[in-house]
Structures are given as structure tokens and as C-alpha cells.
Ligand binder design. Structure first.
Ligand code: NAD
Ligand code: 13P
Length: 351
């Protein structure tokens, strides 16, 4: 039988770690082709070398994951069409704002029976309403798309510290099992759950709560306040997910993609870190400025997700039900001060 070919679309911080995990398994498992292709959004390094050439020369993503060998069977490719050509399994892992453009470029370029998975935390809001990234991929390319989310700070998994993740799937359990096989290692434990919307919404919405947690840190309000904000945030995550999709299961919030990702992101994530600096700057710095300065090319998802969630809430008349989500957006755009995170979130939602 033909060996399965895997391509990773994306090569940022998490994209590079995902390629490393997968490459260790394609070498080990005889049903997979050894080579893992990784699409790189090309850029020129300060040395003048192209990022793709540097990755292929050093076997290391010197910009987004310095110091980590990806595996010699990872091949970086700056040509999107060429990277996906012939692939049987596609792993999407870019910042969510770039996915519409990427999908447009991929129409007609992927195998009709290719299986996809999205590791992307975020959503799009269209005229018709909210659209999850896995749905965007499925609809635009006419393919099946699972999701993988979890408490997964990329730099920790890169150095092989133990963590867990959740694969969300729609119907085909056997496909979910194949993704579990492709990602699992001794230090990365993956569990399949039949609730693609619930898993993806957990991963997406926790970034908004992480911004709120960062504000609390910036205001030096302490651990109890931060825990309260996380609890209120989790309650809003669950309510929002279920109001959008009645199929979302309560148990999903207890998987790695739910409460565990919420905890790790509110303790150690980039959204938290930049939101802390925003609150400390007392209105003098914007999120865009701080992101560019503090993350050096890596991207925040929480600020744009808060805006997208706010659009859904206002369009559906749900703003009063979600004081924390709404307040995070209003703080991000400067209409409320960071202190509003506590004053507003503690209001009992008018459910
Ligand atoms: P990142 O934050 O490192 O983003 C940088 C990437 O974006 C680089 O590969 C860069 O080349 C690319 N990029 C910049 N401009 C682009 C453009 N115009 N078109 C296409 N690509 C462009 O990326 P990441 O950490 O791999 O995150 C990808 C997704 O994974 C996000 O949704 C994120 O929430 C999620 N995620 C990240 C982590 C983490 O710890 N980093 C963990 C779990 C999930
Ligand atoms: P940040 O993007 O806030 O770093 O969160 C990473 C993440 O999703 C961990 O699971």
C-alpha cells in the first residue's frame, strides 16, 4: 500500500513544534512516508539568508523556535502549492487571520480525499455569522477537518516536557485515531473526543480569558482575583459555545482543550504576557506595538478573537450575557480602562 504523506501548513512557534512531533512519528511508523513537508511563509533573516534555507541547512527554525532540532526528515518549502502537492494528511497551524487567504490559494490544489486537522485557535466572523477555522477549511476546500487543541505552550513541548492534548472529530473515529497516532509521543498524550465545535471553541475562547488574566496581573490584583476571572471566563466559554452549537458537550470542558488550556494560557501564555504589559503601560502603548516588540514576529490571537466574539455578541443581542468577553474587547480598543475587567466581569449576567 501507498505510504501516507503529511504536510504541515505553517511554521511559527507551534507549527515548528508540531512538525517535530509528527516527524518523530513518521520515521517510526511504517505506514507513513518519512518526509514531512512544512510550508514556510518566506522571509529574509537579518543575516540576508532566507528563513527556508536556514531551516533546511540547520534543521532548526532559527526565528520561531531557536535551539530545537526539528528532525532531519522535516523539509521546509516556501511554495504553498508545491508543499501540499500529493499530501494525504494536512496539518494547518498558522495564526488564524491568515487562513482565509491560504484557503483561497489552496482551492483545487489538494487531493480530493485528503484529511485535514486544524491546530489554529481562532475564528472568523462573516455576514452569515461566526465561522470556526476548521469549518472554513472544510467548506472552502471540500474536505473533512478535525481539530487538535490543548494545554500546549509550544516551547515546553519543544523540550519534551509532558503534556496532553485533545483531538476533536465529527463522525469518523478511525480518522481521529490516525491523528492521535501521528501526534502521540511518550511526552505528548492525545485523546479523541467527538465534539469538534466544543474542542475548537475551548481553544479559541480561552485566549480572550487569557487577555483578562493578563490585565489582572498588570494591575497586581493577586491570585484570588485571577482565579475568579478564570472561573467567570470558563463559565462564559461554556455558555457561548453552547449558545452557538447545542451539540457541545459539558465533558469537553474537562479535557485538556478546556480547563487545562485555560490554566496554562492564563499562567504562561503570550496573550497573558502582552496584556499584562498593556495594563502596566496605562494607556500609553497599543497591543500592536507591544506585540511587535515583545513577540518578534509571533502573533497574538486573543485581541482579534475578542473583537470577533464582540461582533457576534452585539449582532445577536447577547452582550449582557457575557460581561467578561465584552469588557476585554472594550479595554483592548481603549473605551474602558483595564480596571473595568473586575468591575464589569463580576456583574451577574442577565441570563
Ligand atoms: P506564531 O505566533 O509563531 O506566528 C508566526 C507565524 O506567522 C510565522 O510562521 C510567520 O511566518 C507567519 N506569518 C506571518 N505573516 C504571515 C502571512 N501574511 N501569511 C501567513 N503566515 C504569516 O504561530 P504559532 O505559534 O505557530 O501559532 C499558530 C496557531 O497555533 C495559532 O492559532 C495559535 O493560537 C496556536 N497555538 C500556539 C501555541 C504556542 O504556544 N505558540 C500553542 C497552541 C496553539
Ligand atoms: P498563547 O498564544 O497565549 O501563548 O497561548 C498558547 C496556547 O494556546 C497554549 O495552549
Amino acid at each position: 500500500p501507498q505510504k501516507t504523506r503529511v504536510t504541515v501548513v505553517g511554521s511559527g512557534n507551534w507549527g515548528s513544534v508540531a512538525a517535530k512531533l509528527i516527524a518523530s512519528n513518521t520515521l517510526r511508523l511504517s505506514s507513513f512516508h518519512d518526509e514531512v513537508r512544512m510550508w514556510v511563509f518566506e522571509e529574509t533573516l537579518p543575516s540576508g539568508e532566507k528563513l527556508t534555507d536556514a531551516i533546511n541547512r540547520n534543521n532548526e527554525n532559527v526565528k520561531y523556535l531557536p535551539g530545537i532540532k526539528l528532525g532531519k526528515n522535516v523539509v521546509a518549502d516556501p511554495d504553498l502549492e508545491n508543499a501540499v502537492n500529493g499530501a494525504n494528511m494536512l496539518v494547518f497551524v498558522t495564526p488564524h487571520q491568515f487562513m482565509e487567504g491560504i484557503c483561497r490559494r489552496l482551492v483545487g490544489k489538494v487531493k480530493a480525499d485528503v484529511e485535514a486537522i486544524s491546530l489554529i485557535k481562532g475564528m472568523e466572523v462573516k455576514m452569515e455569522g461566526p465561522c470556526m477555522i476548521s469549518t472554513l477549511i472544510s467548506d472552502q476546500l471540500g474536505i473533512n477537518c478535525c481539530v487538535l487543541m490543548g494545554a500546549n505552550i509550544a516551547n515546553e513541548i519543544a523540550v519534551e516536557k509532558f503534556s496532553e492534548a485533545t483531538v476533536g472529530y465529527r463522525e469518523k473515529k478511525e480518522i481521529a485515531q490516525k491523528w492521535v497516532q501521528l501526534f502521540s509521543t511518550s511526552y505528548f498524550i492525545v485523546t479523541p473526543v467527538q465534539d469538534v465545535e466544543g474542542v475548537e471553541l475551548c481553544g479559541t475562547l480561552k485566549n480572550v480569558v487569557a487577555i483578562a488574566a493578563g490585565f489582572v496581573d498588570g494591575l497586581e490584583m493577586g491570585n484570588n482575583t485571577k482565579a475568579a476571572i478564570m472561573r467567570i471566563g470558563l463559565r462564559e466559554m461554556k455558555a457561548f459555545s453552547k449558545m452557538l452549537f447545542s451539540s457541545v458537550k459539558d465533558t469537553t470542558f474537562f479535557e485538556s482543550c478546556g480547563v487545562a488550556d485555560l490554566i496554562t494560557t492564563c499562567l504562561g501564555g503570550r496573550n497573558r504576557k502582552v496584556a499584562e504589559a498593556f495594563a502596566r503601560s496605562e494607556g500609553k502603548r497599543s497591543f500592536d506595538e507591544l506585540e511587535a516588540e515583545m513577540l518578534q514576529g509571533q502573533k497574538l490571537q486573543g485581541v482579534s478573537t475578542a473583537k470577533e466574539v464582540y461582533e457576534v455578541l452585539s449582532h445577536r443581542g447577547w452582550l449582557d450575557f457575557f460581561p467578561l468577553f465584552a469588557t476585554v474587547h472594550e479595554i483592548c480598543i481603549g473605551t474602558l480602562p483595564p480596571t473595568a475587567i473586575v468591575e464589569h466581569s463580576e456583574r451577574t449576567p442577565k441570563m
